[in-house]
Unconditional design. Structure first.
Length: 155
């Protein structure tokens, strides 16, 4: 009898946890994801998208099985020289405001690629978010690979 009760409680806890992650993951709206196609021998590429959070949230990590290393990155110009660096602490998303990850600015950097990123394919990417209470959630995406931003994203 105790075993059944413990299993029932454990199952209920797992279901509640799963529902919590699912509900939290939906607090960030992701639009127009895409990754830049690579040329033969290219070992790194960028991925881009728009994020709109319903509540205070921070994008804290990115991962993908196609990359040995995946980072949150920033590109900036310094005296006419392009500089790229990893962003420490993640991207803070203000409620209701769209945060753009785009070429020439903030982006997802995929390095040590394990395969070429071919146009008209998709790659799996996992985003990890932290809410204002410190709870971590992940959201899995299938990101289209292209040579340029999708028309809905280009301005």
């Amino acid at each position: 009898m105790k075993t059944i009760a413990i299993k029932t409680i454990a199952s209920a806890a797992l279901c509640a946890a799963a529902l919590g992650v699912s509900a939290q993951a939906q607090t960030v709206d992701i639009k127009n994801p895409w990754a830049r196609a690579t040329v033969p021998g290219q070992m790194a590429s960028g991925a881009f998208l728009s994020l709109t959070a319903k509540t205070e949230t921070t994008l804290v990590a990115v991962s993908s099985p196609v990359a040995g290393v995946a980072e949150l990155h920033e590109m900036s110009m310094d005296g006419g020289v392009m500089k790229m660096r990893a962003v420490q602490g993640g991207f803070k998303l203000a409620p209701g405001q769209t945060f753009e990850l785009k070429p020439g600015g903030y982006h997802l950097m995929l390095m040590d690629l394990k395969m070429p990123l071919r146009k008209d394919t998709t790659i799996p990417v996992t985003l990890t978010f932290r809410d204002a209470k410190g709870v971590l959630t992940t959201q899995e995406l299938k990101v289209p690979v292209s040579t340029a931003a999708p028309m809905a994203h280009a301005h």
